[in-house]
Design a protein around this ligand. Structure first.
Ligand code: SAM
Length: 282
């Protein structure tokens, strides 16, 4: 007689295995994997009698084995929800973080306050999550997203297609060698960890986010210093830069550096915990 495995029972077995590991948010991540793989709601997971076939068990086992070794769930299901949309985020791509949504909100405030068509540049675009979230809401502007990783550009273009957006041009380029001018709104979530901070990083970040997305291999301030010191040549009159800030002492150095450039005004935008998370330069 052929035995069947009920999904509910399968989940309990996986949760028991995970209990012995140091994986955080085990139930939530397990539900995400199952819901994503079977394309079912949470209610279906718990209230419907769903049986798993052999292939589903093998696929799910592989995914749970990855979870057991602390692979981020966003890499396992190759998807991350950010702002108002889902973005594909396969291994090798920086996983969009919820704190970056403040950058999107700040950009939306700025765009909403103007009536002209804007030229908007997203440096270090990664999955394209920032620029695509904005372009989806304000498609009538011109958008460019650049990243030095060709894989990131490939993924950003896929995300653009999935979201049915056509106002963004994605280019593979190193921002230090890219011609930047006539920009109304410059956005950037740069690699901002100092090289020496890398060794203290959580394993799940160190082993899964690309190193070149995390550190500037220097003291963490080099991307900021480059952008701030070129503000006047990059940005149009009445234009602004919005750059995400690290939550670390490096933020103070960036603030001091900006003060030396009297031509630039700046303010900080705070996250829900009251921490300075975005620097607005204008
Ligand atoms: C912190 S991630 C941000 C990704 C995305 N914008 C987000 O917020 O999720 C930084 C990204 O910058 C890219 N990058 C690093 N150095 C760069 C450079 N010099 N020029 C262009 N892109 C760069 C990395 O490949 C990575 O995708």
């Amino acid at each position: 007689m052929k035995s069947t495995t009920l999904l509910r029972d399968y989940l309990q077995i996986q949760l028991l295995k995970l209990k012995k590991s140091d994986v955080q948010e085990q139930k939530n991540k397990s539900e995400m994997i199952i819901q994503h793989y079977l394309k079912i709601s949470k209610a279906d997971l718990y209230f419907k009698d769903i049986s798993l076939d052999q292939k589903s068990i093998i696929d799910l086992n592989n995914m749970f084995n990855s979870l057991l070794v602390n692979t981020p769930v966003q890499h396992i299901i190759e998807e991350t929800f950010f702002y108002e949309n889902s973005f594909i985020t396969p291994p090798g791509i920086f996983i969009p973080r919820p704190e970056t949504e403040l950058l999107v909100d700040s950009a939306i405030d700025f765009i909403s306050s103007t009536t002209r068509k804007l030229r908007i540049l997203d440096l270090c675009t990664g999955s394209g999550c920032i620029v695509l979230s904005i372009a989806k809401k304000f498609p009538e502007n011109d958008f460019i997203g650049i990243d030095k990783s060709s894989f990131a550009i490939q993924v950003a273009k896929k995300n653009q297609k999935l979201l049915k957006i056509d106002s963004v041009e994605f280019l593979k380029a190193d921002m230090f060698n890219f011609e930047i001018n006539n920009i109304d709104l410059l956005l950037c979530n740069p690699p901002y960890l100092a090289k020496k901070e890398m060794k203290n990083l959580e394993e799940s970040v160190k082993n899964h986010d690309p190193e070149s997305a995390l550190t500037d291999y220097d003291d963490g301030t080099s991307y900021y210093k480059f952008l701030i010191s070129n503000f006047t040549s990059f940005i149009n009159k009445n234009g602004i830069m919005l750059i995400e800030l690290p939550f670390s002492p490096v933020a103070k150095d960036i603030e001091l550096f900006n003060k030396k450039f009297n031509a630039n005004n700046s303010t900080f935008l705070k996250d829900l915990e009251g921490k300075n998370r975005v620097i607005k330069i204008y």
